[in-house]
Write a protein that binds this ligand. Structure first.
Ligand SMILES: O=C(O)c1cc(=O)[nH]c(=O)n1[C@@H]1O[C@H](COP(=O)(O)O)[C@@H](O)[C@H]1O
Length: 234
């Protein structure tokens, strides 16, 4: 039975053991989990089997960005390992995203496929340095429309852009929002942040939360504080 919770806990750990210790304290009925580049590079697919075995739905966050054929193969490989969601970079363009979508369809794979727009660690000056004159909000909007037209199920964006995308792309287009910072947490390297309750109110479908929980002195208390904040808003 998939959880109704919008929370995705980022298991950004440097070892399989550390990630599974955290997972063992979490409840698959109350959250999903995310496996990213560091953990996957260290542990390989074993971590996916271990998390699936514990009943978690897994977002495999490897942000594929390459030529269409390579990305299509990587997305197929992820989906065949049973992950719930996988992502690519929208900046890889229409042909790359369409190839990934077609590959999943051809093999009857139902893994959710989403595209990263503008990383939540970036602000306008970072975009300017890589030659993008648009504001983060404008660039997110552009890439979200391209992602939608290229067959993506949704996008990764900051919650600050979620309300605008809700209007443009509709309810069923997933808005997966990292950069979630409850009042008790530091921003760390995130630039475009929002609190859990504000993010849901803005139209986020899923909230990706890492360090505010995983680096907290008491991770379970931090998670419960976020759950209470969300429950108070319902
Ligand atoms: O695709 C992602 O998950 C992602 C995209 C993005 O724009 N920003 C972003 O922070 N993330 C991921 O979301 C998680 C956020 O973690 P914390 O900043 O620790 O809450 C990390 O695992 C990032 O890799």
């Amino acid at each position: 039975m998939p959880t109704a919770s919008p929370l995705i806990i980022a298991l950004d750990y440097s070892s399989l053991n550390a990630a599974l210790c955290m997972a063992d304290r979490l409840d698959p009925l109350r959250c999903r989990v995310k496996v990213g580049k560091e953990l996957f590079t260290r542990s390989g697919p074993e971590v996916l089997d271990a998390l699936h075995g514990r009943g978690f739905e897994v977002f495999l966050d490897l942000k594929f960005h390459d030529i269409p054929n390579t990305v299509a193969g990587a997305v197929q490989a992820a989906a065949e390992q049973g992950v719930w969601m996988v992502n690519v970079h929208a900046g890889g363009g229409r042909r790359m995203m369409e190839a990934a979508r077609q590959r999943l369809e051809r093999h009857g794979l139902s893994t959710r496929l989403i595209a990263v727009t503008v990383l939540t660690s970036m602000e306008a000056t970072d975009l300017a340095e890589v030659g993008i004159a648009a504001s983060p909000a404008e660039q997110v909007e552009r890439l979200a429309m391209l992602a939608r037209d290229s067959g993506m199920d949704g996008v990764v964006c900051s919650a600050q852009e979620a309300a605008r995308l809700q209007g443009l792309c509709g309810d069923s287009f997933l808005k997966v929002t990292p950069g979630i910072r409850p009042a008790f947490a530091e921003a760390d390297d995130q630039q475009r942040v929002m609190s859990p309750a504000a993010a849901i109110a803005a139209g986020s479908t899923y909230l990706v939360v890492g360090r505010p929980v995983t680096q907290a002195q008491d991770p379970m208390a931090a998670l419960e504080a976020i759950e209470s904040e969300l429950a108070a808003k319902v």
